[in-house]
Design a protein around this ligand. Sequence first.
Ligand code: SF4
Ligand code: SF4
Length: 141
Amino acid sequence: MRFATMLSDVLPSLFKSPMTEMYPFERKEPPVHLRTLPSWKLEDCTGCGLCAMDCPSQAIEMIVLDKKAKRFVMCFHVDRCTFCAQCIYSCRQGCLEMTPENWELATLNKNALTLYYGDRVDVEEVLATAASSKDAQTTAG
Ligand code: SF4
Ligand code: SF4
């Protein structure tokens, strides 16, 4: 009886095409409301830091270089983000959003999981400051 049941399950599957999807050669459309990597509109940002404060994973660092001149850099730790969308709800300016396109985040390079958003010159300044403080720590150690 059991063998007959097994055969009735197995035999039809021999004539069906495989369920496997040929990713990455074939891609399905992501769901419209998929929670993905937040993107940021610098031009609307006030540098208030609410997004960073409310993030339960400390995935966001808002670096304010000059508030009056709107020189802000957002450091985003992709590997800490849980895609909870709290930052999106917290931003009163509506400058954070999740778009379904940004969902392929797998990488073998850990450094690629730390992203810097902002004006290129400002990002370079932040990176240079971080590098020099790292050098100072190494020398002191
Ligand atoms: S989605 Fe959630 S975990 Fe990710 S940065 Fe926003 S608040 Fe933090
Ligand atoms: S909450 Fe919005 S306006 Fe405030 S720092 Fe974050 S992104 Fe900018």
